[in-house]
Ligand binder design. Structure first.
Ligand code: DCP
Ligand code: MG
Length: 400
């Protein structure tokens, strides 16, 4: 019998786009140094790598081979990636792979500026946007009448007109598929995924291409013989739940079948405010106790200043530690009332630190405040002060 239309319980098909800027930090740098186009360029230096303007008007750029230090690459141009250089790689290691590559310092202010520009340009075309960070957004196109490909192209054109930068975009039925898809045709990609593409284009991809399957989960999946998304889709539901728990097991299977009902979260409220720092050299919790204590206090002070500037306070205080072997550990503590002052954050973060065995060298320390609320009238803030007292007699923290 011919259907009179879509069955009633089938929600209308959504059109969700994921847009991700191409080699973002590097591309912003190329806007000001166009002479570097086509060359391997790596972003990750600091002031010492600032290009020098010579008397003849030419610029002298730092090369990877001259770098000494502990810096990490934030991103690299596609020409540098072709030499094996990638985000998060130590600059010294990259220098062995691409000694001639140009090294530029990181300039977050410039990247934030271009981030705002491209998001504003997209909002002119399609206002339903979920901000996912400095260089990526989701866009809900469902309410717009225009043909999908034309709309996606118009968004790309708007981004280029506003910034001079290229991006890659995918439109699919949901966020999960759109996110996978925006990476399929980078750089300058425009990808449309429909239901038939699931088996053809998604299933052959490695399971870790699903946002939410991290290195640990993908290693466990691999140990069970599940390598690509198609393997996962064919896995037995009970088997997955046995190995990964009920909720994650279920989610894994749904994800492999391209099912994802999450709506866009279009609010621009931040989820957390944090500060972290990677040390020049690894620091030992005991031998470098004083240095670490100073850094820890400074991080708490910075977070408190960020909170106050943005008029937020938070109930959950967390710490992040990365050990010399890159193992990362986080601990958090939820307080009965939200706080925003440095001392109270310092005490709560100190409590968190006490729950981490501090027996190895550290390379990174971070402090995060989440469960944010907007700051209310001063009278409402009394509980925060009482909270301080609660911790006033807390035992000293290991790196005080
Ligand atoms: N970034 C970083 N450290 C990382 C990864 C990324 O500092 N480990 C920064 C630099 C990137 C930006 O975030 O330019 C965006 O990250 P992407 O993963 O989107 O990487 P790119 O935009 O650089 O490249 P792609 O074209 O693959 O998106
Ligand atoms: Mg990007």
């Amino acid at each position: 019998m011919p259907a009179a239309g879509a069955p009633r319980d089938t929600p209308p098909q959504r059109r969700i786009a994921h847009l991700d800027m191409d080699a973002f930090y590097a591309s912003v740098e190329l806007l000001r140094y166009p002479e570097l186009r086509g060359l391997p360029v790596v972003i990750g230096g600091s002031r010492a790598q600032q290009p020098l303007l010579l008397a003849d008007g030419e610029r002298r750029f730092a090369r990877l081979r001259d770098y000494a230090g502990r810096g990490v690459i934030t991103t690299a141009t596609y020409e540098a990636r072709a030499l094996g250089v990638f985000s998060a790689m130590g600059i010294m290691k990259a220098a062995r792979l691409a000694p001639e590559a140009i090294l530029l310092p990181v300039d977050f202010a410039a990247y934030r500026h271009y981030s705002r520009l491209f998001k504003a340009a997209v909002a002119q075309v399609a206002p339903q946007i979920e901000d996912r960070g400095i260089d990526e957004i989701y866009i809900d196109l469902s309410a717009l009448a225009e043909d999908t490909r034309a709309l996606a192209q118009r968004i790309k054109d708007a981004v280029r007109a506003a910034t001079g930068l290229s991006c890659s975009i995918c439109v699919a039925a949901n966020k999960l598929l759109a996110k996978i898809g925006s990476d399929l045709d980078k750089p300058d990609g425009l990808t449309l995924l429909n239901a038939a593409d699931l088996t053809q284009r998604i299933w052959p991809l490695a399971a870790r291409k699903i946002n939410g399957i991290g290195p640990k989960a993908s290693a466990r999946l691999a140990a069970l013989g599940i390598h690509c998304i198609g393997d996962l889709a064919q896995a037995d539901a009970t088997f997955l739940q046995q190995h990964f728990g009920r909720s994650y097991g279920r989610w894994l299977l749904a994800a492999a079948h391209g099912i994802d009902e999450r709506p866009l979260s279009t609010s621009s409220e931040p989820k957390s405010i944090s500060r972290e720092t990677t040390f020049e050299r690894d620091l030992h919790p005991r031998a470098d106790r004083q240095t670490l204590g100073g850094i820890f206090t400074a991080l708490c002070t910075q977070v408190a200043e960020d909170l106050r500037r943005k008029a937020y306070q938070g109930r959950t205080i967390g710490v992040k530690l990365r050990f010399a072997d890159f193992q990362t550990v986080t601990r958090d503590l939820t307080l009965p009332a939200a706080i925003d002052d440095a001392q109270a954050i310092r005490r709560a973060a100190g409590e968190c630190l006490r729950r981490v065995p501090l027996d190895r060298r550290l390379r990174l320390l971070g402090v995060r405040v989440s469960a944010l609320s907007t700051r209310r009238a001063a009278a409402d803030r009394a509980p925060a002060r009482q909270q301080e007292l609660l911790f006033a007699d807390s035992v000293e923290t290991p790196i005080d």
